[in-house]
Structures are given as C-alpha cells and as structure tokens.
Design a protein around this ligand. Sequence first.
Ligand SMILES: [Zn+2]
Length: 342
Amino acid sequence: MTLDEFKAACAALAADAPAQIAAVADLDAWTALRNALVGRASGRLTDIMATLPQLPKEDRREAGQAANAVKLEVEALLTARESGLSAAAKSGGDLDLTMPERRRWVGAAHPVSQVIDEITEIFRELGFTIALGPEAEHTWYNFQALNFPDDHPAMDLHDTLYLQGDLVLRTHTSPVQVRTLQQYAPPIRILAPGNVHRRDPFDASHAPTFAQVEGLVVDEGITFADLKATLTHFANRFFGSTRTRFRPSYFPFTEPSAEMDVLCGVCKGSGCSVCKNSGWVEILGSGMVHPAVIESAGLDSTKYTGWAFGLGPARTALARHGIPDIRILYDSDVRFLEQFAR
Ligand SMILES: [Zn+2]
C-alpha cells in the first residue's frame, strides 16, 4: 500500500457516497448505508483506515488527514439526508415535490373603501378637494350650526352618543361643511369622507358606525341646476350609464332638499327584491345649503349659495353588488371579502 493508493481509496469513497446517500428511501436503509460507509465496526472508511499501518511512517500523517476529510464530507451528506427522511416520515410519506405551492393571500381594499376611492376620484376630476373633520365633535358643529332646532329628535340620547362636556361622536359628516366655510373663502368645492356614529341597532340595513361621504359646493350664483347636473354626472360615472330621479325630502341644513335615486342595477327598473320592486335605489340625500348654515359659518347668505350631499358608501356597495345585509360588510370574513380583490 502506497500513499497514492490510500488517497485513491479515499477519493473513490468520496465519489461513490453522494449518489448512494441520495438513493436511500427510508431511515432503515439510511442506517445500513451509514454503517457500510463510515461504520466503526466495519465499513469502507474503517477498511481504508486499517491499511494505514502499512504505509511508510512519514506518509501516515497526510493519509490520516485525507481520510478524515472524506469522513467529514460523507457524514455531512448523511446528516442532511437523515433530516430530509425524518421530515418525510413525520408527514406520513416521502416528500411530494409535485404538490402545488401553498396559496398566497394578497391584501386588497375593502368594498366600502373601494366605493369611497371611486367617488373621491370622480369628484376630484370635477375640481373637488378633500376635507376632514374630527369624529369627536362639538354639539354646535354637529347640530346648532347646521340649523337643527334645539328640540330636534336627532339630538335625543336614543340617537346620539354623547361624550364628555359638549362633545358628541359626530352623527354625520356635515359638521365638516361648517368647519370648511369658517376656514376658507368661497369658491368652495370639497368632498368629506369619514366615519360617523349613531345609536342605531345593528341590523340588515343599519350599522352603529359607518362611513359617509359629504360633498359641498359654495360660491356666488350656485343653483339647484348645478346640484342636479353634478350629481347626475356622478351617478352616470359611478354606476355606468344610468337614470336618476330626485324626490323632495327634508334635512334641517338644506332647503329645498332632495333624495337621489338611480335605476336599480339588478333589475334595470322592472322591480326586484333589491329595490323592493320599485325599480329605483336611493343613493344619496342632497339639497341647497340652508341660508342659516351659511350665516352660522360667518358668510353672507345673500351673496353666497351652495348645495351639499351626503352618501353612505356601505349602502352604495350593497346596491352595486346586490348584497342583502349590511352586516356582511363588517364581518371581516375573508371568504366574502376576497370576492372584491382586484
Ligand atoms: Zn331592482
């Protein structure tokens, strides 16, 4: 036995081992192969080491190092294979490399947020800017400045959540109208999205906290024709080409007031359960800003006129998608919400 022969035996072991280790199918076969390759009692490496004393003394050190390097290499391969086999044994079988990868969940905007974003975009094109106000609001901004008489039922404890002092959780986004009129000089064109709170029961068509989008236009010479034209344009953009109708209504802060309906998107006007067989779906409340509101913000109501609207994006989402119960929107059930990912 020469040093070269010894090294060749080591190299042959190193060359054979990877394929043999990769080929073992279970832990029993792995144990048998380990014994055959690097086992202490027998095995190829032990056999090679047994020839060491036959080498010239001066070569034994180098031969020992060569054998040790092969031993480390083979043992590392064995260890890696063993953990792979153990994992496969735990999962009840060999690894199935054809298995499809796990589904990746991709986040998306909530259907109500999508409605708010689209409305914002449509009005942004018309020159509206975004205005925001506090959710904890002074009663004056929430009621008195908006021409609510002191005995108005909306101010009742049954309808409004009162906080400390004269603060309430705002019951609508209309206080932003007054705050904007106080802060900026006309011409004003704003959109005010935000959450509002009412002591409503949580049922199929009511939620105690919900989003609202307020719109306000104030300038010299603004008329009801501006209101109708702008809101009809909005309806056609948002719902696709549709028809609108305005019905007389009442709000303390607008005069005259009107609710706007659009043709039911589900039945196209012939009548269905979504539109309660009327063929129309109510979308928003609107009206000419009451002169008292303009005056309460410190502006001259003989010089300035305006119109405003308020819309519930959750209701709009229901109308658009034909969803029967508003509570589904707030359940955070991914099986429902994932339908609106885009
Ligand atoms: Zn219908």
